[in-house]
Design a protein around this ligand. Structure first.
Ligand code: GUN
Ligand code: ZN
Length: 434
């Protein structure tokens, strides 16, 4: 039995904070201890108590003075786009056709996919991200490579093969039949194996014919427990094209509704330009709006209104959307999200940020019983933060007097240098990176 003690300032959340004074929304143990056994957290509490309970033989990783949180969760990322980040384009559709659809063709080569997946997971670990919901390419072998590399690191991952049978290069197209068959066999091969979860992944309404959308409905019916992930209402040009391709529907979401895509395990990336009817339908079905602020700013897609979305009762998640997004860091993603909310006149307080990156995103993925908190019994995925990682951060932190202030400086100035260590299933992985 592998056991390890972690000592540090333990921080996790119980609910979405209502503001920087909402002390009931989180738990902070200043000198805390976690006992990690066989990939799980088996005890948490004051350091002295947990140390005594564990007995003298269990080794300790001592991060006294540093914050220890549940690992960060990135609920929308394209692993096949790591070599697309920072590609210059006027808007989403130009970016997709000029760079992204070209790059994704390389994933026909299984070795290429495996190599990129390995690098991808190392980058996630470097940035403190322990779980992601990822888009692979249309090629089933890209999913095999992805889950095989995730399994080597024992990381909890959600992923699926893109289904796309029109409006993209021939080399990236499947058909309604192969899209169904390949998704189904990938689900059967991976879903529930170790920490892998499968996501049925119709890329977006533009690249799937009505015949393929029928097959998506069939997959949802035939593969209970699978996630669904797609893109929704990101960009004006995209919305106009969806209206041309699906003229009988009143709005964008109605296409997905018609084919039965809505539900609590359905993740809708972006969800920026939605009408009240669409928000109400998402709320009613528990469908998740996944905001990707660095991507939305980079591609000029629009500003996601957190207040309006939450007030409508829609579950919200926060993600990087690499490679439309411009940073793997959830700290920098939260910083961008904060700035977008500033432009809209909304408040997004620092407790809310750290809630969102951990329990908020775990809840949006229906995984709060496994990840997102430091609750005994849950998986031992952790991030250890160095709030003074750079000289300028250390200097700024000298004037900080409260936890929300400290978190806000971490979010505003922090990046992967602020990630002291990343634990996946009880194992410290960041220190092992080359
Ligand atoms: N919509 C359809 N595909 C994509 C993609 O790869 N990235 C983003 N940001 N939006 C999309
Ligand atoms: Zn995306």
């Amino acid at each position: 039995m592998s056991a390890r003690l972690v000592r540090g300032r333990l921080l996790d959340f119980l609910s979405r904070p209502q503001g920087p004074d909402d002390t009931a929304s989180y738990r902070l143990v200043e000198d805390g201890g976690l006992l990690l056994e066989d990939g799980r957290i088996s005890a948490r509490g004051d350091w002295a108590d947990v140390r005594q309970m564990a007995g003298p033989d269990v080794p300790t990783d001592d991060y006294s003075g540093h914050l220890v949180l549940p690992g960060f969760i990135d609920p929308h990322i394209h692993f096949v786009q790591v070599q697309v980040v920072g590609s210059y384009a006027a808007n989403l559709l130009e970016w997709l056709t000029t760079y992204t659809f070209v790059e994704e063709q390389k994933f026909a080569d299984e070795q290429h996919g495996r190599r990129i997946a390995s690098r991808f997971f190392d980058v996630l670990v470097q940035h403190g991200t322990t779980t992601a919901a990822a888009y692979c390419s249309v090629h089933p072998q890209s999913v095999d490579g992805f889950f095989a590399e995730a399994a080597q690191r024992n990381m909890l991952m959600i992923a699926g093969k893109c289904m796309m049978d029109r409006e993209c290069p021939d080399a990236l197209q499947d058909t309604p039949e192969t899209g169904y068959a390949d998704s189904r066999s990938l689900f059967e091969r991976w879903h529930g194996k170790g920490r892998a979860h499968y996501a049925i992944t119709p890329r977006f309404a533009i690249t799937s014919t009505p015949e393929q959308m029928e097959m998506v409905s069939a997959l949802i019916r035939d593969l209970p427990g699978a996630y669904v992930q797609t893109h929704l209402s990101e960009n004006d040009g995209e919305i106009a094209r969806v209206a041309e391709l699906f003229p009988r529907f009143d709005d964008y979401l109605a296409v997905y509704e018609h084919y039965g895509l809505l539900g609590p395990k359905s993740l809708f990336g972006h969800a920026i330009h939605l009408g009240d009817r669409e928000l109400a339908a998402m709320a009613e079905t528990g469908s998740v709006a996944v905001s990707c602020p660095t991507s939305n700013l980079f591609l000029g897609s629009g500003l996601f209104d957190l207040q309006r979305t939450l007030q409508a009762g829609v579950p919200v998640a926060l993600a990087t959307d690499i490679g439309g997004g411009t940073s793997y860091s959830m700290l920098k993603t939260a910083d961008a999200f904060y700035k977008v909310q500033q432009l809209l006149g909304n408040r997004f307080d620092p407790l809310g940020s750290f809630y969102q990156m951990t329990l908020g995103n775990a809840s949006a993925l229906s995984l709060a019983d496994r990840i997102g908190t430091l609750e005994p019994g849950s998986d031992a995925d952790l991030v250890v933060l160095d709030h003074g990682a750079t000289p300028e951060m250390a200097l700024r932190q000298q004037t900080v007097t409260s936890l929300p202030e400290q978190l806000f400086v971490l979010q505003t100035l922090g990046d992967d240098r602020s990630i002291l260590e990343t634990y996946v299933a009880g194992v410290a992985l960041k220190g092992r990176l080359a």
